[in-house]
Design a protein. Structure first.
Length: 275
């Protein structure tokens, strides 16, 4: 895959920065995760510019591995952003080549399950997030999830689970994850939270007639669970964003939410929209 690897010039217009609160200050270089201490295989890369202020976690789709998504994460070159690509826990049965699924997808005849249950994958990702927060000094509100298809479903379901487990009436902003981008991955649950999750979500998908389209009801489910849902619907093609124009939607979304550490001694800043 050959995504655009830089943010287009106009993707950074009307962006401002503000000093983060003292409580937001954290280690400039985060301890890397250790193999065996999280329940999933992974590839991790610290930020290229030496300041680990954001963590982008990438979740691949059905039948893939984490290796291409680790390469993708590096190619995006997001400023002050470390990359963690996770591999789904289950090898797809009866396939010899490396091909993984986040949760059981097929019945004993090899047909797609009508009502798959992503709970096991969500459990594993929540444990991973708790480890990253507790042992690697990552604030939850600096962690961004990106998932394709089945990985997008797991990302979206995990955002809701994390919010239900960790929300606080006094510190709600710091209890939720930074952002979630799901590429053609719907929610499988029917969320009915007492309060919507404030994590901003970008739902990227293609026209419903395409193989990568979402059902007409998919956006309604997201909006029942999340307070801030943005939709990007494109025509033609399939799967992941391919062109620079398609990636611009995702890059603009991140540009509004990434945190930045200023020059040495000047503290941590949050990148916000000008609106």
């Amino acid at each position: 895959m050959d995504p655009a690897t830089t943010t287009p010039d106009d993707a950074t217009k009307e962006i401002t920065v503000r000093p983060a609160s003292q409580a937001d200050e954290s280690l400039k270089v985060k301890p890397p995760p250790k193999s065996g201490e999280i329940p999933l295989e992974f590839k991790y890369f610290p930020s290229d510019d030496g300041a680990d202020e954001n963590l982008l976690i990438l979740l691949h789709g059905l039948g893939d591995t984490h290796a291409p998504f680790a390469k993708l994460g590096k190619s995006l070159k997001l400023p002050q952003t470390a990359i963690l690509a996770l591999r789904a826990p289950e090898q797809i049965p009866y396939l010899d080549e490396p091909a993984y699924q986040w949760y059981p997808t097929f019945d004993h005849l090899g047909e797609f399950l009508q009502n798959p249950n992503p709970s096991s994958a969500v459990d594993a990702l929540v444990r991973t997030l708790e480890y990253l927060v507790a042992k690697c000094s990552w604030p939850a509100k600096r962690i961004h999830l990106f998932g394709f298809a089945q990985g997008g479903t797991v990302a979206a379901e995990t955002g809701l689970r994390w919010w239900s487990l960790h929300r606080s009436t006094t510190q709600s902003a710091s209890s939720s994850l930074a952002t979630i981008v799901t590429i053609c991955g719907p929610l499988l649950s029917f969320p009915t939270p007492s309060s919507k999750c404030p994590t901003p979500v970008l739902v990227f998908h293609r026209q419903p007639s395409e193989s990568s389209g979402l059902a007409a009801t998919a956006l309604a489910s997201f909006r029942k669970g999340y307070d801030d849902v943005r939709e990007v619907k494109v025509a033609g093609g399939e799967g992941m964003p391919r062109s620079r124009d398609e990636w611009e939607n995702v890059m603009r979304f991140w540009s509004e939410r990434l945190s930045r550490r200023g020059p040495s001694g000047s503290g941590l800043y949050e990148v916000m929209t000008g609106a």
